[in-house]
Each structure stands twice: as C-alpha cells, then as structure tokens.
Design a protein around this ligand. Structure first.
Ligand code: NAG
Ligand code: NAG
Ligand code: NAG
Ligand code: NAG
Ligand code: NAG
Ligand code: NAG
Ligand code: NAG
Length: 371
C-alpha cells in the first residue's frame, strides 16, 4: 500500500458521496474558529507516582505546559462541544486521524470515516445517533474533514508527538502513544461528568447499541470482547477490546482511568488495552475499586475475531484481528454489503434465508498479517 500517493480524485469522490449521504441529516452546525493550543491540563502529567518511577526528564515525556489562557480556552471548547453533542450527559466519542479520513490507495473504495458514518445511515435506529457523536480529531486534516462533514468536531492537540497523522501500524511506538493520549483524554471527559460510549471508527454500527447496553446505573463499565467467554460478569479468560465500550462517569470509573493512565510509563511495549486487561485479570482492579463491569457478548457487539452468530441480534461489528487500514476498509465494506443484503431478505420475509445468512470471509484482514 502506497501511502505517499494521494489521489485527489478519489478523495473528492468520497467527499461528494459522503456529503450526499449525510447532507439531509444535519442541521446547520456552526463551529468556532479553529483551535489553537493544547487544552490538556497538566494535572494528568505530574502525579508524584508517575514522576518517581520515570527515568526520562519530565518536561519531555509529560508534554508541554501551556499558558493558562490557552488552556482555559480549550477547556471551554471541550465543555461546549460536550454540551452540544451529549444527550442526558451521555456522548459518543470517536477519535480520528488523517489516515482515517483520507484514502490514497489507487483502488480505494472509501475512507474509514466514510464507512463508519455510512453504517449510521444503513443501521437500524442509528441515524439520529450522529447528533450525539463527537468526532475528536488528532490532526488538522482530520479536523477539517470533520467540519466539512458538519459533524460535531473537537480538535485534540497532542503533546510530545508532532504528527499523529499517518497510519499507525499495530503496536508501533506511535500507535501506542496515540492509544495513551486517548486514555488521558477520556479520563478528562469522565472528570467533566459525562458518560460516554467510546467507539473506534473501524466499528460499524448496525443497530442502536443503547438498546443492548444495560441502562442500570450501577453498571460502571460495559466493554466489548474479542472473544466472549460466555459469562458477562466473569473476567476469567475474557479478552476485552477497548475499541468499543460504555462507561459511566463516577468516582470509581475516574479512579479506574487514573490508575490505568498512571501505568503509561511503566508498561513498555504494552498498549493500553493490554494494560487494562492485566489490571482486570491479574491485579483485581474490579474488586479493589468496587466496579461493576459487564463484558459484552459478541452475539451483539461482534468483530472479525469472533463474528456475531445472528444477523437478527448483531449491533456492532469491529474490524479487530486486522492489521492495516486498507484491509479494514475492504472487509468492513463487505460487512455493510452483507448487512444490506440481510435487510433485503428480512423485508421480503424469507425467514429461512434470514436465519442462514452468513458473513463474508474477512479475507483482506486475514491476509494483512502475512508478510
Ligand atoms: C526542562 O525544561 C527546561 C526549560 O525548557 C530546561 O532548561 C531543562 O533542562 C529541562 N529539564 C530536563 C530534565 O530536561
Ligand atoms: C436520562 O437519564 C435519566 C436518569 O438516568 C433517565 O431516568 C431518563 O430516562 C434518561 N432520559 C433519556 C431521554 O434517556
Ligand atoms: C441494577 O442492578 C442492581 C444490581 O444487580 C440491582 O440491585 C438493581 O435493582 C438494578 N436496578 C434497576 C433499576 O434495575
Ligand atoms: C466523588 O467523591 C467526592 C469526594 O469524595 C464527592 O464529593 C463526589 O460527590 C463524588 N462524586 C460522585 C459522582 O460520586
Ligand atoms: C512497574 O512495573 C514493575 C513490573 O511490573 C513492578 O514491579 C513495579 O512495582 C512497577 N512500578 C510502579 C511504580 O508501579
Ligand atoms: C412481510 O411481513 C409483514 C408482516 O408479517 C407484512 O406486513 C409485509 O407486507 C410482508 N412483506 C412482504 C414483501 O411480503
Ligand atoms: C427464499 O429464498 C430462496 C432463495 O432465493 C428461495 O429459493 C425460496 O423460495 C424463498 N422462500 C420464500 C418463502 O420466499
């Protein structure tokens, strides 16, 4: 895949298609002038625990400490973005970078963001959820694209990393850095009192997840799995996936995210998901904080690692167990085709065909691990 060969035509084509699809959805959305500097408060960076176990100089590893004025301005921007996008203090968060909004493969069908948004259009009961979606852009290209699409957009400035723009290959250093930046940002959202669904943009939304997520407020975290162990309450052998989860804002979940982020500098070579998994499986964090954590069944919240067994139940499909954006785009397009075909069968009342409908093989993703 050649990432140095942007195809303007394809890009414009995608923009046009996306605009056509979504222009009817959106009311006029006026945004404030483009953001400037990092809003992230320094309080996350310099907890005594972190600095004591960190050999690197703090000014480098912990990011830039900004003037109060800019910080405050960006705080307010996040507050108003959250207020606008949320419903009942709940918001849907997706983080995008340049690689997810641009398509520079010669035979590219669409970008990841296009597919993600298209799923809200083709899904059942998902169209209006776009109003509650806050797109968090980690670079200027992603931010511009978001605003062009008239979505709710927020520009997240990164610290210490100059460019979050390119494709981050699974488990590369930049990939890991980006993952930690998002954990810190999400902690910030919890601290502001917002519950949120976090979704990767390589998750397609085929049904409204709120009808399958528990609305019992005692459930602090509901998290998707690569492979479901059969018991929603047992962390044993549960392979969590941080690409989709619902978390409520309370003191326990804030502690969870603080503990999680606090391990950033003591988890060399591990991505944040592995760290959380370790906290849940081996460090008893659920018991320690008194959390109620529901592990989500892949029957509803599925992925390429484990397909949903039933089109009549499936809610989300995550392109997990897949290495490159190119492969994800290809195989998620196939998922949307499978879904549309299912909807046609359903509306023709052909129940035997509906029951036997199968997912296409995720061929590009399987192949993405070779070579
Ligand atoms: C921290 O930054 C200051 C000013 O930017 C610099 O003078 C100092 O050497 C830095 N400290 C370390 C440990 O890098
Ligand atoms: C908002 O949250 C409250 C309290 O959790 C709940 O009773 C109410 O049904 C929710 N409203 C909507 C529109 O979801
Ligand atoms: C929420 O879950 C708790 C614990 O299982 C249960 O005691 C409570 O009745 C539930 N609340 C509602 C509103 O279902
Ligand atoms: C969290 O704890 C603080 C102090 O311990 C308390 O004032 C606050 O109400 C708590 N917040 C929630 C959401 O429980
Ligand atoms: C860092 O990790 C090591 C090995 O997992 C552990 O023994 C040590 O206590 C950790 N240090 C801190 C400060 O958490
Ligand atoms: C399918 O069934 C529903 C309800 O049973 C009915 O209203 C509808 O007309 C049927 N559609 C077709 C194409 O037969
Ligand atoms: C369902 O579709 C299959 C294959 O297209 C067809 O053979 C069958 O007759 C259909 N059944 C009904 C009830 O329409």
């Amino acid at each position: 895949m050649d990432k140095n060969n942007p195809k303007m035509q394809t890009l414009l084509g995608n923009v046009a298609i996306a605009t056509l699809l979504f222009s009817s959805l959106f009311l006029f959305y006026s945004w404030s002038s483009s953001s400037s500097s990092s809003f992230l408060p320094s309080q996350f960076f310099l907890t005594p625990k972190q600095s004591s176990c960190n050999n690197q100089p703090n000014n480098k590893s912990s990011g830039i400490i900004h003037g109060n004025e800019n910080e405050e301005k960006n705080h307010n921007k996040l507050d108003s973005a959250l207020a606008k996008a949320s419903r009942n203090k709940t918001v849907i968060i997706a983080i995008v970078n340049k690689a997810y909004v641009e398509q520079d493969d010669a035979d590219g069908e669409s970008t990841m963001l296009d597919i993600f948004l298209r799923s809200f259009w083709f899904g059942e009961g998902t169209k209006s959820l776009v109003d509650n979606l806050l797109i968090v852009a980690v670079d200027e290209t992603a931010y511009d694209r978001c605003r062009f699409l008239r979505l709710n957009c927020f520009r997240l400035e990164s610290d210490g990393v100059d460019d979050f723009g390119g494709e981050k290959l699974y488990m590369s250093n930049d990939f890991i850095k980006m993952m930690w930046t998002r954990t810190r940002f999400l902690l910030d959202i919890l601290k502001r009192g917002y519950n949120f669904v976090f979704t990767d943009t390589d998750v397609v939304w085929l049904r409204n997840p709120f009808s399958k997520l528990s609305n019992n407020e005692t459930e602090d975290l509901q998290i998707s799995t690569d492979k479901f162990n059969g018991d929603s309450w047992s962390p044993k052998n549960q392979l969590i996936n941080t690409g989709f989860y619902f978390v409520r804002s309370n003191n326990k979940t804030i502690s969870l995210f603080e503990t999680w982020y606090g391990k950033k500098d003591n988890s060399t070579g591990q991505k944040e998901q592995d760290v959380l998994l370790d906290m849940i499986r081996n460090q008893g964090i659920i018991g320690k904080l008194g959390l109620r954590v529901r592990f989500l069944d892949t029957l509803y919240f599925s992925g390429f690692c484990q397909d949903s067994k039933d089109f009549r139940q499936v809610t989300t499909v995550h392109a997990n167990c897949c290495r490159s954006i190119f492969a994800k785009v290809k195989d998620l397009n196939a998922v949307l085709r499978d879904w549309k075909q299912f909807r046609r069968l359903e509306s023709s009342n052909n129940s035997s065909m509906v029951a036997n409908h199968k997912w296409s093989v995720h061929e590009a993703c399987w192949n993405s691990w070779k070579g």
